[in-house]
Design a protein around this ligand. Structure first.
Ligand SMILES: Nc1ncnc2c1ncn2[C@@H]1O[C@H](COP(=O)(O)OP(=O)(O)O)[C@@H](O)[C@H]1O
Ligand SMILES: [Mg+2]
Length: 365
């Protein structure tokens, strides 16, 4: 078992290139924990520090209440799987998986036993005598995973392990990884730039931007209550729509006036943190309601494009000087340039303060 804590971890490369800025994380024993963020935000650097491949500049890395800062990688007992998994080309699958046990001088019988068990967990028992070049991409990635799990490490670190696979296989392997985690019951720290991967796999996710953790919570919370505009923009596909607006308050009622002069009535307020005036108003495509017929009190815009996906249709709307995306029924059909009317699901509105992008909490009545 292993709980991993990062306490005020900072990494500076060279003289002053601050890449990880005061990161605090508490990863629970047996948790599937994902760090997600765009390329270059510092994900691999964090994993490398947990593995001991990279030193921390300051702060502590703690495994089960013991600081491991000074332990070399081999003594931390972690296994790492990378995006480019280098298998030994001249060894067969059995020998590739067995390798970490061989160099640790495990008895032959135990090696055989563990490799067989590992291969059956991964569904590759029939491939044990093949060489890597005789395997598909997905099978090779499974062998790489096998090599990591065979020695039962305390913690698994996975650095974009699915990024080299094609889109279809990636979605398939996602489910495999989730099942694998259930079976081996070991703490997994997973890194990806793919928000869908993070959302589907994880017990909890941490969103990393420019070396700083923006939010750390369950996928549902991150999706429904993004802590700031950066998270709101990054999580969910297609992305949330944003409009600049000004909060107008009359008695106990609040509206948002958009730059195009239209306003949206937010309702009476109950609990308000809305001291700010200038806001970003955010709404996800699935929370925009549209109609081709004129509706009282709805906004009017013009259809820019219609994108049928099969299971849903996205509608791009021109509205004053802005653009927004709405999710419509799969059967929705309309010609570009035709008028369209829309409104927003009131309880699904997000507000962020304009200066810092922080979420503003409110309850509309
Ligand atoms: N060994 C290194 N020396 C100098 N800069 C580095 C080194 N490793 C990473 N960086 C820089 O740190 C930043 C974060 O890199 P990385 O952790 O690889 O990001 P990610 O994995 O999220 O794509 C990048 O700007 C990268 O150029
Ligand atoms: Mg990386």
């Amino acid at each position: 078992m292993c709980e991993v804590i990062l306490k005020n971890v900072t990494k500076i490369f060279g003289k002053d290139n601050l890449v990880i800025d005061d990161v605090n994380l508490e990863i629970k024993d047996k948790e599937f924990f994902t760090i997600v963020g765009p390329s270059g935000c510092g994900k691999s650097t964090i994993l490398n520090m947990i593995a001991g491949l990279e030193e921390v500049s300051s702060g502590a890395i703690i495994f089960d209440l013991k600081t491991v800062n000074d332990l070399p990688p081999a003594r931390r007992d972690v296994a790492m799987v990378f995006q480019s998994y280098a298998l030994y080309p001249h060894k067969n699958v059995f020998e590739n998986i067995a390798f970490p046990l061989k160099i640790r001088k495990f008895p032959k019988a135990e090696v055989k036993e563990r490799v067989k068990k590992t291969a059956s967990v991964l569904g590759i028992q029939h491939l044990l005598s093949r060489k890597p070049k005789e395997l598909s991409g997905g099978q090779r990635q499974r062998v790489a995973l096998g090599r990591a799990i065979v020695r039962k490490p305390r913690v698994f670190l996975l650095d974009e392990p699915l990024s080299n696979l094609d889109a279809k296989l990636r979605v398939y392997m996602r489910a495999e990884l989730k099942k694998l985690h259930k079976e081996i019951q070991t703490t997994m720290i997973y890194v990806t730039h793919d928000q869908a991967e993070a959302m589907t796999l994880s017990d909890r996710v941490a969103i990393l931007f420019e070396g700083r953790i923006q939010q750390c919570d369950s996928p549902q919370m991150v999706y429904n209550f993004p802590a700031n505009k950066v998270v709101a923009e990054f999580i969910g596909s297609p992305s949330m729509n944003f409009f600049e607006g000004e909060l107008i308050r009359e008695d106990d009622k609040t509206s948002v006036r958009f730059t195009g002069q239209d306003s949206f009535f937010m309702g009476g307020e109950k609990e308000l943190e809305l001291k700010e005036k200038e806001v970003f108003f955010g709404v996800r495509p699935e929370d925009v309601i549209i109609s081709l017929e004129k509706k009282q009190g709805w906004f009017s815009g013009k259809i820019f494009a219609v994108e049928p996906l099969g299971n849903a249709t996205y509608v791009d709307i021109e509205w004053n000087m802005e653009r927004l995306k709405a999710e419509a029924e799969p059967e929705f059909h309309a010609e570009p340039d035709s008028p369209i009317y829309f409104t927003f699901k009131k309880e699904k509105i997000h507000l962020f303060d304009k200066r810092e992008g922080k979420r503003l909490n409110f309850t509309s009545l």
